[in-house]
Design a protein around this ligand. Structure first.
Ligand SMILES: C[S@@+](CC[C@H](N)C(=O)[O-])C[C@H]1O[C@@H](n2cnc3c(N)ncnc32)[C@H](O)[C@@H]1O
Length: 258
């Protein structure tokens, strides 16, 4: 992995055009970086780029021109089950392609702990008095994640581990797992025995920082929505720093949500 990334950087630039469009009377080109070694055969062409590659190219183009908007508005209401995958900031990356900022904006641990939306609502305001927090923590961010748990008003209980099918980056170990920490606020019943899962989640890789979809089903089994929410089709769960589209009974929040 490492030498492929370095080779790309040392080799000079080569881009594939993904899309061109007109903006304020000027033509803008959106390109994706190839390196000199193409990750797919030349005959395949750009039309066969994955959604992830296209989205990444678009995000990079947008970042070149525009400052990120202020923190989006948090949804109204109180949520009992919170699922969060924060944009952790790393202090350094020796290789630019390892930099998280190549993919999305990041926040410092202090910013995550004291997160407020653009109207000044603190993130803690949308958590119910009795709530569960499922928090993703890359191994190097473990102590930061524990700080976030406390700052958001939760206490750490236990955790699971996602073993990835693909080898990731790392300066000591090439990371092949990520932690899913569980924390509680107030009281929250444990799942029925039949709804308890093994603490090791084995699932494939869906793109940079994307978490396995199976985790939604796991959380929904562990904490089914109360009858009142089901009858009223009211959101019971919230995913913080979410990417992609709404899921039934789930509110969402994040730059790349919606
Ligand atoms: C680790 S990623 C989440 C990945 C997601 N769990 C998935 O499976 O695809 C963190 C997300 O937080 C977003 N983000 C970064 N800064 C943010 C901010 N200040 N407010 C809201 N979202 C932000 C990023 O754009 C990114 O989509």
């Amino acid at each position: 992995m490492a030498h492929i990334e370095e080779r790309k950087i040392k080799s000079g630039s080569q881009y594939r055009l993904v899309e061109s469009h007109r903006e304020n009377g000027k033509v803008r080109h959106i390109r994706t970086y190839l390196g000199t070694k193409r990750p797919w055969p030349k005959s395949q062409g750009w039309k066969n780029l994955s959604q992830e590659q296209v989205q990444r190219a678009k995000r990079k183009a947008a970042r070149r021109g525009v400052r990120p908007s202020p923190n989006p508005l948090l949804p109204e209401g109180k949520y009992a089950v919170i699922y969060a995958d924060p944009p952790w900031r790393y202090d350094f990356a020796q290789v630019t392609d390892w930099s998280i900022e190549e993919h999305y904006e990041t926040l410092t641990t202090e910013e995550i702990k004291h997160y407020k939306d653009q109207s000044g609502v603190p993130i803690q305001d949308i958590f119910a008095d009795n709530a569960l927090l499922f928090l993703w923590s890359p191994q190097p961010k473990l102590t930061d994640a524990l700080q976030v748990i406390a700052a958001w008003g939760f206490r750490y209980i236990t955790g699971a581990v996602w073993v990835k099918k693909r080898l990731g980056m790392g300066y000591w170990w090439m990371q092949k797992h990520e932690l899913l920490l569980l924390a509680k606020k107030g009281e929250f019943p444990t799942p029925l025995t039949k709804n308890r899962f093994p603490s090791v989640i084995e699932a494939g890789w869906n793109g940079h920082s994307a978490k396995p979809a199976v985790v939604y089903k796991m959380i929904e089994k562990m904490c089914p929505p109360p009858v009142s929410h089901r009858q009223e089709e009211r959101d019971y769960y919230i995913e913080l720093f979410k990417r992609g589209h709404k899921r039934p009974f789930w509110a969402g929040f994040g730059y790349e949500y919606g």
